[in-house]
Design a protein around this ligand. Structure first.
Ligand code: ATP
Ligand code: MG
Length: 257
């Protein structure tokens, strides 16, 4: 079972788009997938066709210890994956957990209780290096960092890498950076190409070969509550996420053998 935290404290870099579409793409390649929405914005829930305003229970109840993961998991009919949804309530978790014991471990324990029901668990993180993100990094085996290839992209990266190092030292020794994903990529933009080259020279193999292009279909699909595969499966965005899913599966198979 692979637990992948999809994180970047920078907002709007394509974390949620990647979670929803990677989840659906992995399913289309025969994998069992759970998506955990860890953002009070609940965009991954909406994008998977879940009505976040009328949730009985959400990931919030799991983190504060009132429910098990199993009790909050729903099925995304459109995506074919399971989802632990989220909504604004989650914003309160941060404060409520302040005085709790083992607060960084809540998600890890909840996932352990699931057993081996999934091949992949994707964690959609909020745009912050907060306690919820630390829970994700503590529960994960590896991290995917989506980033836009723009001038400031590398600036926040060192804060994120430092947080990952701290979590590795104190909470989760097996945590590794699986890869940097170039998102919202515009081929015709010279700066984007320069930053992309820079990323590859700094991070080498850690940069996924697959590049996610800027594609309007990816932005439109969430308003129908479906992954892009269900909306326009021949779009460039859909093709790119299938390619990413395949790249990740190949990587997994390599490390297993
Ligand atoms: P946040 O930090 O707020 O959680 P995020 O990192 O999860 O944001 P998304 O919500 O996935 O980012 O994407 C931000 C916006 O860009 C959304 O409106 C989304 O539809 C759009 N978007 C994401 N990826 C692409 C893409 N490859 N092509 C076109 N639009 C995209
Ligand atoms: Mg998001």
């Amino acid at each position: 079972m692979k637990i992948l935290a999809i994180t970047n404290q920078k907002g709007g870099v394509g974390k949620t788009t990647t979670c929803v579409n990677l989840a659906a793409s992995l399913v289309s390649l025969g994998k069992r997938v759970l998506l955990i929405d860890l953002d009070p914005q609940g965009n991954a829930s909406t994008g998977s066709g879940v009505d976040k305003a009328h949730l009985k229970h959400s990931i919030y109840h799991v983190l504060i210890g009132e429910k098990s993961l199993k009790e909050v998991i729903l099925n995304s009919e459109a995506g074919g994956f399971d989802i632990a949804p989220s909504n604004r309530e989650l914003a309160g978790a941060e404060v409520e957990l302040v005085n709790e014991l083992a607060r960084e471990n809540r998600l890890k324990v909840a996932i352990a209780n699931l057993g081996n029901a999934y091949d992949f668990i994707l964690l959609d993180c909020p745009p912050a290096l907060n306690l919820v993100t630390v829970n994700a990094l503590t529960a994960a085996n590896s991290v995917m960092i989506p980033m836009q290839c723009e001038y400031y992209a590398l600036e926040g990266l060192s804060d994120l890498v430092n947080t990952i190092k701290k979590v590795r030292a104190h909470l989760n020794p097996v945590l590794e950076i699986e890869g940097l994903l170039r998102t919202l990529f515009d081929n015709r933009n010279m700066l984007a190409n320069q930053v992309s080259t820079q990323l590859k020279s700094h991070f080498g193999d850690k940069v996924y070969k697959t590049v996610i292009p800027r594609n309007i279909r990816l932005a439109e699909a969430p308003s129908y509550g479906v992954p892009v595969l269900n909306y326009d499966k021949s779009s460039k965005g859909a093709v790119a996420y299938i390619e990413l899913a395949q790249e990740i599966i190949n990587k997994e198979n390599l490390t297993k053998t």
